[in-house]
Design a protein around this ligand. Structure first.
Ligand code: AMP
Ligand code: ZN
Length: 116
């Protein structure tokens, strides 16, 4: 996708602070962190959102690759023992602002017991 900012990050056309990369998955620091650790985990292939992604075999495979990478990403940011929250905003009501599926990995402080 030519104009997608996360595809541009995958292609190296926009700088990012990479935390983890493999053939299918990229994790990099969020530009506007909400917690001491705030990393975005994305598939390298473009899917507009999680709903679209999980409706195709290719998307389900890419989701599996993200979950396969998750333990290593969590280890790299030092949240193995402390724990973390993994968030996906899907669509307008959820406030999704970048239309390339991404998971927010946040932690490094107490996040409370409520989601909102
Ligand atoms: P969402 O609201 O779930 O779509 O989240 C989009 C996230 O992408 C926000 O937390 C932004 O801070 C983050 N973001 C947008 N552009 C960049 C960028 N170039 N590098 C890193 N994070 C970004
Ligand atoms: Zn994209």
């Amino acid at each position: 996708m030519d104009n997608c900012i996360f595809c541009k990050i995958v292609r190296g056309e926009i700088p990012s602070t990479k935390i983890y990369e493999d053939d299918n998955v990229l994790a990099f620091k969020d530009l506007h962190p909400v917690s001491p650790v705030h990393v975005l985990i994305i598939p390298k292939i473009h899917f507009a959102n999680l709903h679209v992604m999980s409706a195709s075999e290719e998307g389900l495979k890419a989701l599996g690759e993200i979950y396969r990478a998750l333990p290593e990403i969590v280890r790299l940011v030092g949240l193995e023992e402390k724990g973390f929250r993994l968030i996906n905003n899907c669509g307008a009501s959820a406030g999704q602002s970048v239309m390339h599926t991404h998971f927010h990995l946040i932690g490094g402080r107490s996040l409370g017991t409520r989601i909102l």
